[in-house]
Design a protein around this ligand. Sequence first.
Ligand code: NDP
Length: 324
Amino acid sequence: MKAIRVGRTGGPEVLEFVDVPDPVPGPGEALVRQTAIGINYIDVYVRTGLYKRPLPFIDGREGAGVVEAVGEGVTDVKPGDRVAYAATPNLGGYAEKNAVPARELVLVPDGVDDRVACALMLQGMTAHYLAYDTFPLHAGHVALVHAAAGGVGSLLVQLAKARGATVVATVGTEDKAARARGYGADHVIVYAEQDFAEATRALLGDHAVDVAYDSVGKDTWERSLSLLRSRGMLVVYGNASGPVPPVEPQKLAAGGSLFFTRPTIVDYIKTREDLLRRASDLFAAVREGKLHARIGATYPLADAAQAHRDLEARKTTGKLLLIP
Ligand code: NDP
């Protein structure tokens, strides 16, 4: 089969389009013939070596498609089932087929196509756990959401609005601002043009933010923290601009007994019940027209390097997919 292999870490050029043997599903695994492969920002961190993986590896940890075969002991799925998965630690995603632990697969219901199902997996489940569990939003909360036109951001704005929060969204361009407004954001700040902290204070006053969902990291975390109300929460869930440096606990005290968390999806889909509950909520919201998972761009599998270039250059919006 065709796959994108990383033999050394580095720039997008290390993503090589190669022939590799088809994976064979081991005990507890299912072989998925993929129709849509998800690109996520974490694939960049793994490719560059910021997150370490033994070399060589096939990048990517999200996909949707059809079960072709199952290994010993698999009862959750059978050949012919339409399935999707997120965050599989085995990677292997950027390929025509992937052998995935069956406990990580969810059945895709009628009325949700493979591409949308793929978009709801890693990014959708992340938006879900952030809005429901890391900081359970409700009416009256003010939530700051960075990179609000991106994969996670666009879904998080919609879920935060559905939970009744007031959303302050930041984006890199005017085009992205229009998208964030379309997702329901109450206030949109183009942070490439304006200081988002000053703009937020001008809109809502000092310390008006209950939770800052910050996936940008190095360039934004300190200003995100400065906007929080007493006992508010800074949720750093990504590092698109670079990792956050060590934070002095006294800074949290000085800011008003603040909470600082660095969540990761694996801890929020640890049990099969958690995984299925989140997937089922997201599929239902899409089917009922309450959540829109927008496919921003598709690329042939062979063009994974170009997709990474576009993602890192902040040219993309919504979900990016590779199509085998
Ligand atoms: P996005 O589609 O959101 O793309 C990243 C966006 O980040 C860009 O489009 C850009 O939007 C913004 N950005 C700001 N500064 C930079 C920079 N210096 N370089 C590149 N991009 C920048 O990607 P994803 O939806 O895949 O992921 C969003 C974030 O969520 C990532 O940080 C990712 O690691 C994190 N994540 C975390 C998870 C977790 O469980 N902890 C799970 C899934 C994702 P703009 O131009 O508007 O600024």
